[in-house]
Ligand binder design. Structure first.
Ligand code: GDP
Length: 296
């Protein structure tokens, strides 16, 4: 009896299931790889997805008629595993005993850094926190002007020095002001010329030494795909970022940066920018990324 049962169950498994061979997997993945590359997913991330899928799919029995579904489930699992868990900035601010909580923002010009700072300032204001902005991008007069305009619109004080002043001194003054006035949060804007510029990196390190921020956030433009990921890596190597804001997700049709940046830096995406208004800042949500990729 036992033998028969074993025999029939083995036969049933043969009839009901199929297997993906190593070669079939390679053929299937080469098409998937093209799609991932076209959508700006970083090569390192593609390698990781390939490794995960191979482990999950090759030479395992899969129910006949369910191959496609099984591949998609494995792909979703792999992509979900690419993200570091985000933390809640509001709780972090509340947990800090000594005010102010200091957040420094890094990222190259045009990435949406100033807009993201203003959005976060507005959000924190709504949560009941008092906020001060530090105009520590002193390399461009326009940048000081721009953050001042946001401050005016939001009714938030902006600590600034003249164009060309020492950015670390601006950050220091903003924190000093915050301490004196019992301000909850200081948000520091920094310069973002070319991320490979050695002077800029040294300047950045000096600001961090002086301001000792509780949090360092990299702001990158999701539409620039691999460039955004490379920038995140460079800033992370220079000043060790704690989290990421990805701007312009509303105009990003590919999603490669969102899929790649957390895995490459091992830092969480905290928020995504979804437009030009102050309200257009959303907590990062893996499900929304999956939906964007058509994998929901
Ligand atoms: P910075 O040079 O890095 O400070 O960049 P800005 O904050 O000045 O942003 C550059 C441009 O991108 C501005 O025109 C912003 O309005 C726009 N921008 C910033 N964030 C977003 C976003 O999430 N979505 C869209 N569509 N535009 C954005």
């Amino acid at each position: 009896m036992e033998g028969e049962k074993g025999f029939f169950s083995a036969l049933r498994e043969k009839i009901m299931t199929t297997k993906i061979s190593g070669q079939q997997f390679e053929d299937m993945f080469s098409e998937m790889e093209m799609a991932l590359l076209e959508n700006n997913v970083a090569v390192e991330v593609i390698d990781k997805i390939k490794h995960d899928l191979k482990e999950a799919l090759v030479d395992h029995p899969i129910r006949r008629g369910r191959v496609e579904e099984t591949v998609i489930v494995s792909l979703k699992d792999s992509i979900r595993g690419l993200f570091e868990s985000a933390f809640d900035i509001v709780s972090r601010i509340r947990e800090k005993r000594e005010k102010p909580y200091v957040i420094a923002f890094v990222g190259i010009n045009g990435s949406g850094k100033t807009t993201s700072i203003a959005k976060l300032a507005s959000y924190l204001g709504e949560k009941g926190f008092s906020v001060v902005l530090a105009a520590a991008d002193t390399f461009r007069a326009a940048s000081i002007e721009q953050i001042s305009q946001h401050g005016d619109k939001l009714g938030i004080r902006v600590v600034k020095h003249d164009y060309g002043a020492d950015p670390a001194a601006v950050a220091f003054d903003a924190i000093k002001h915050g301490k004196a006035k019992g301000i909850d949060v200081v948000l520091i804007d920094t310069a973002g010329r070319m991320h490979s510029n050695a002077d800029l990196v040294n300047e950045m390190k000096k600001i961090m030494r002086v301001a000792k921020p509780d949090l360092k956030i990299f702001v990158g433009e999701s539409i620039t795909g691999n460039d955004c990921v490379e920038q995140a890596k460079t800033f992370n190597d220079a000043v060790s970022i704690d989290g990421i804001i990805l701007s312009k997700a509303d105009v990003d049709e590919k999603g490669g940066a969102a899929v790649s940046v957390s895995y490459i830096t091992k830092k969480p995406i905290l928020y995504i920018g979804t437009g030009q208004d102050y309200k257009d800042l959303r907590p990062f949500d893996v499900d929304a990324v999956m939906e964007n990729l058509g994998l929901a």
